[in-house]
Ligand binder design. Structure first.
Ligand code: GDP
Length: 453
C-alpha cells in the first residue's frame, strides 16, 4: 500500500450536523491545505494549534473554518495531520473535499488513517482492531474490553508469550549450530515444562473468548416455556422499556437494535424470537426437539411457568427437563397477578422469581437476577479477555503448533523439526499483533472500518 500520498476523508458522520470534521493526512497535508486557506501561514505555525480562517476556491469563500494542525510524528497517523472543522452541511463538506482533491489529495479508503497509524508503528494490529471495536461499542462492557485492548493489555500478554517462545527457539537453534557435537543446552523436560506453561496461558485466553464473544455480541438468551406462558408478552415488555429509554432522548435517531436488552452495561441478545413473535404456538410445547436444541445452545434461559394454567405435575416435568439441560436458567413464575396459590407454594422451594409480564411487575428484579446469573468475574478483575474471532483462531493455531512441538520432543525428532514447529507457532502468534501480516489480512481488517477512521 502506498503511504506516500496524502489522504482525505470526512471524519464525522455523514449528514447534516452542527460541524463536520474533514481529516487530511500525509506528507503534503500542510502544503495542500495551506494552498486554499486564508489566515495564518500554516507552514509556519507550531504543531497542536488551532487557527481560524477561510477556505477559498480561487476568490470564492467556501466556508469559514477552524484548522487543527498536528505535525508528525505527534499525530494519530504519525504523519502530518490537519483536521478542518467546517459548518456541517453536506454541500459545504463536499465542496471542501472536492477542492482539496484538486490540490493533490486523494480520498482515503475505509480505515486507512488507522492502517497508516499501524504501519507507522503507533500501535500493533490488535490495538488497531480495538479502535474499530471502540467506535462500535454500545455498552459499558464492550467499551471496557475495547479500551483495554486498545491500550495494549492484550498485546502485552501476546508479546510475553512471543518472547518466551523466541527464547525457546533460540536455544534449539543454538543446538542446531552445534549439530555435529550433539550438545543439549536445555533439558528436554525443562523445554516441555515451558511449552506446557505457554499452553496454559493460551488456553486461558482462548477460554475467555466465550465471555469475550458474549460481551461483543450480547449473551445469547432464550425465553422458553409452554405456549401461552407469556413469553412474547415478557419479551415485548423488556424490549419496549429499552426502546422507550432510547427514544426518550431528544434528537436521537439511532436505530434500535432488535431484541437486545442492556442490563447495567451487559447486553443480552434474545435468540430465536421470531417464533415467539409471529405465531402463538410456533414455539412448541416442551419435549419437542427444536425447542430442546434452541435451549441447549443458549448461554442463559429465562423459563416461564404459567401460574394460572399449569398444574403441579406439569411444573415438575418442566423442571426436570430444564435441569437436565445444564444451561444456567432463571425460573420465572409468570402471571403472579392472578396466580394459583398452590402453584406459588410449589415454586417457592425452587427459588423461582414471581413476575407479571403483562402488568410489568417485578421486571427490575428479573433483570437483576439475569445479571447475577452470568458470571463476569474475569471481566471485573480486569483479566484480559479475547473478544476478536481472528485472535481466537490464531491462538488456537498457536496451541496446535505447540502440541506438535511437544509431540516432536516426545518422539525425539531432530532439532530442525522442533525448530520448524516452534517457528510455526510464532507465525500464528505474530499474526495477532501484526509482526507477521499479509496484504490480504490487512485489507480484510481495515476494510471493516468506517471511512475517515
Ligand atoms: P406465549 O405463547 O408464551 O408467547 O404467551 P403470550 O405472551 O402470547 O401470552 C399468553 C396470554 O397470557 C396472553 O393472553 C397474555 O395477555 C397473557 N399474559 C401474559 N402475561 C401475563 C401476566 O403477567 N398476567 C396475566 N394475567 N396474563 C398474562
Amino acid at each position: 500500500m502506498n503511504i506516500n500520498d496524502t489522504i482525505i476523508a470526512l471524519a464525522t458522520a455523514p449528514g447534516v450536523g452542527a460541524i463536520g470534521v474533514i481529516r487530511v493526512s500525509g506528507p503534503a497535508t500542510i502544503a495542500i491545505v495551506n494552498s486554499v486557506f486564508r489566515g495564518k501561514d500554516l507552514t509556519e505555525v507550531p504543531s497542536h494549534t488551532i487557527h481560524l480562517g477561510t477556505i477559498r476556491d480561487e476568490e470564492k469563500i467556501v466556508d469559514e473554518v477552524l484548522i487543527s494542525i498536528f505535525r508528525g510524528p505527534n499525530s494519530y497517523t504519525k504523519e502530518d495531520v490537519i483536521e478542518i472543522s467546517c459548518h456541517g452541511s453536506p454541500y459545504i463538506i463536499q465542496q471542501l473535499i472536492r477542492l482539496l482533491l484538486t490540490k493533490g489529495a486523494r480520498l482515503a479508503k475505509a480505515g486507512e488513517f488507522t492502517q497508516r497509524a499501524f504501519i507507522n508503528g503507533r500501535f500493533d494490529l490488535a490495538q488497531a482492531e480495538a479502535v474499530a471495536d471502540l467506535i462500535s461499542s454500545e455498552n459499558e462492557s464492550m467499551h471496557q474490553a475495547a479500551m483495554n485492548q486498545m491500550r495494549g493489555g492484550f498485546s502485552q500478554e501476546i508479546s510475553k508469550l512471543r518472547e518466551e517462545l523466541v527464547h525457546f527457539a533460540s536455544m534449539i537453534e543454538l543446538e542446531l549450530d552445534f549439530g555435529e557435537e550433539d550438545v543439549e543446552f536445555a533439558s528436554r523436560d525443562d523445554l516441555k515444562k515451558l511449552i506446557y506453561s505457554l499452553k496454559g496461558l493460551i488456553t486461558r485466553l482462548t477460554e475467555s473468548f466465550t465471555l469475550g464473544n458474549a460481551i461483543k455480541n450480547g449473551i445469547p438468551t432464550v425465553i422458553a416455556g409452554k405456549p401461552n406462558a407469556g413469553k412474547s408478552t415478557l419479551l415485548n415488555a423488556l424490549l419496549n422499556e429499552e426502546k422507550a429509554i432510547v427514544s426518550d432522548v431528544p434528537g436521537t435517531t439511532r436505530d434500535v437494535i432488535e431484541d437486545v436488552i442492556n442490563v447495567d452495561g451487559i447486553a443480552f441478545r434474545f435468540t430465536d424470537t421470531a417464533g415467539i413473535r409471529t405465531t402463538e404456538d410456533k414455539v412448541e410445547a416442551i419435549g419437542v426437539e427444536r425447542t430442546y436444541a434452541k435451549m441447549k445452545e443458549a448461554s442463559v434461559i429465562i423459563y416461564l411457568i404459567d401460574l394460572i394454567n399449569d398444574t403441579k405435575e406439569d411444573i415438575e416435568k418442566q423442571l426436570a427437563y430444564l435441569k437436565a439441560l445444564k444451561v444456567p436458567y432463571l425460573l420465572i413464575g409468570n402471571k403472579m397477578d392472578r396466580a394459583d396459590a398452590n402453584l406459588l407454594n410449589a415454586l417457592e422451594s425452587e427459588n423461582a422469581l414471581m413476575i407479571s409480564a403483562s402488568q410489568k411487575e417485578n421486571l427490575e428484579n428479573l433483570k437483576e437476577a439475569l445479571k447475577t446469573l452470568v458470571s463476569l468475574d474475569d471481566f471485573k478483575t480486569g483479566n484480559t479477555i479475547v473478544t476478536n474471532l481472528r485472535h481466537y483462531e490464531s491462538l488456537m493455531e498457536t496451541n496446535k503448533a505447540l502440541d506438535q512441538v511437544i509431540d516432536g520432543i516426545d518422539r525425539q525428532v531432530t532439532n530442525d523439526f522442533v525448530a520448524m514447529d516452534i517457528r510455526n507457532s510464532l507465525f500464528h502468534l505474530g499474526q495477532i499483533t501484526g509482526e507477521i501480516t499479509t496484504d490480504d489480512l490487512l485489507e480484510n481488517i481495515f476494510s471493516k472500518f468506517c471511512i475517515g477512521k
